[in-house]
Design a protein around this ligand. Structure first.
Ligand code: PLP
Length: 426
């Protein structure tokens, strides 16, 4: 029998591709809200939160209860795309709580369970609906790692290796990529309008409103509105990938709400089930739902357990403004503390929006800060093209005192990282 904290089996049997576990040298066992415990009983604050899949923390008691009740009542666990009671409840509540109050009319496509599955479906549908093949994606975008989604993703380490078929994508600069010198939306406008620009008429323009993995770059409402207008003018669909920035992370259910745009297709995943269970959907403007029955299938499109917790999530958190008011306050608290911490790091920049925030610094320093945080039992990660952004994705439900404690650990970690005499490994 292995020792509780023995990690031998992971090193012996798990593929070298594993990544997050290389930073946190612990075997996790339990979690509640923002706190997780390892097998030896050590307690950690989890500001990684499943890379955005745990916006409501670990094991929310109401979601847990609804899932236990469903399972003990022999509720269907797997249903392909057959009608199930659990799917009906989810669709009804999604229509009533999310779509109707926002005046939105979207069809819901259940894609395979991951974000990348949703993006693959979005690309295929956009190409089918428009009869075009080219897609516009932006610098530092991250849309997943299956072939189509990877073609949209900017990161060269992820794109590298003997991968086939990353074509049919035109890359343009995201908002702010060229500093204040070039207006990225106007560059796109010029290239779309110029028959000799070399930009093939796109089936879709795909973007994140806040680039999570790309380093917490934010698009301004003006940029988003201009891109939406350009897509409409040029017969391209606007696809918003709200897989990480959606489900309340930036302060509203959909991250694009403050910009007042109406995307043709929206991808949601990560925190949609509320409980960390795999679930992805596409929201499709009804006229664009041109699929033939069974044209895009998949075995795991009916994760009924995820439907159950997603329904519980909507009922608990999205029938009042309470959570979004908390997120606004908590975002303010984090922003104040991060601004103060950033002042102590030469050249550091505060990035992001809502509760999707980070500090950009030197890659090696960011690595050291994260190592120190983890030593202080605060789980966080890095993002950006060189992993130079210390990224905070605390659950939206994190208590104020837990946020304060996390910021205290971060602050001390920054001091230690800045004064460390040891060489830093990035
Ligand atoms: N799109 C965005 C914006 C993401 O952040 C991610 C994952 O981090 C994905 C797509 C891919 O999701 P998945 O890892 O579930 O395939």
């Amino acid at each position: 029998m292995a020792e509780l904290a023995d990690k031998g089996i992971f090193e012996r049997r798990e593929s070298a591709v594993r990544s997050y576990c290389r930073n946190l040298d612990a075997v996790l066992a339990t979690g509640r809200g923002t706190v997780v415990w390892d097998v030896e009983g050590n307690e950690y604050l989890d500001f990684l939160a499943g890379a955005g899949a745990l916006n409501y923390g670990h094991n929310d008691p109401d979601m847990q209860r609804s899932l236990i009740d469903y399972i003990s009542g022999n509720g269907i666990a797997h249903g392909l795309d057959l009608h199930t009671d659990a799917k009906r409840a989810f669709l009804e509540r999604f229509e009533e709580i999310v779509l109707a109050p926002r005046g939105m009319d979207y069809r819901v496509q259940f894609s395979g369970p991951t974000g990348a599955n949703a993006m693959e479906a979005a690309l295929k549908l956009a190409r089918k609906a428009t009869g075009r093949s080219n897609i516009v994606a932006f610098t530092r975008a991250f849309h997943g790692l299956s072939a189509g989604a990877l073609a949209l993703t900017g990161n060269s380490q992820l794109r590298g290796g003997p991968v086939n078929g990353l074509g049919n994508v035109s890359r343009l600069p995201y908002d702010g990529y060229l500093g204040g010198v070039v207006d990225s939306a106007e560059l796109l406008a010029k290239m779309l309008a110029d028959p000799s620009s070399g930009l093939d008429a796109p089936a879709a323009i795909v973007l994140e409103t806040v680039q999570g993995e790309g380093g917490l770059n934010t698009a301004s409402p003006r940029f988003l509105r201009r891109v939406a207008e350009l897509a409409a003018d040029h017969g391209a669909l606007l696809i918003v990938d709200d897989i990480q920035a959606g489900c309340g992370r930036t302060g509203s259910f959909f991250s694009f709400e403050p910009a007042g745009i109406a995307p043709d297709i929206v991808a949601l995943s990560k925190s949609l089930s509320g409980y960390g269970l795999p679930m992805s959907v596409l929201l499709i403007r009804p006229e664009l739902d041109v699929w033939e029955p069974g044209e895009h299938t998949g075995t795991f499109r009916g994760n009924a357990h995820a439907f159950v917790t997603a329904t519980a999530t909507l009922e608990k958190f999205w029938t009042s403004d309470a959570l979004m008011n908390d997120v606004a306050r908590r975002s303010g608290l984090l922003t104040d503390r991060l601004t103060e911490i950033a002042r102590r790091i030469p050249g550091a920049v505060l990035k992001g929006r809502g509760m999707m925030l980070g500090l950009e610094t030197q890659p090696a320093l960011a690595a050291r800060i994260v190592q120190e945080c983890i030593r202080g039992n605060l789980i966080i990660e890095r993002a950006g093209p060189r992993d130079e952004v210390v990224k905070l994705l605390a659950p939206l439900t994190t208590l104020d005192e837990q946020l304060e404690r996390g910021m205290e650990i971060l602050s001390n970690s920054v001091d230690r990282a800045l004064t460390s005499p040891f060489p830093i490994s990035a």
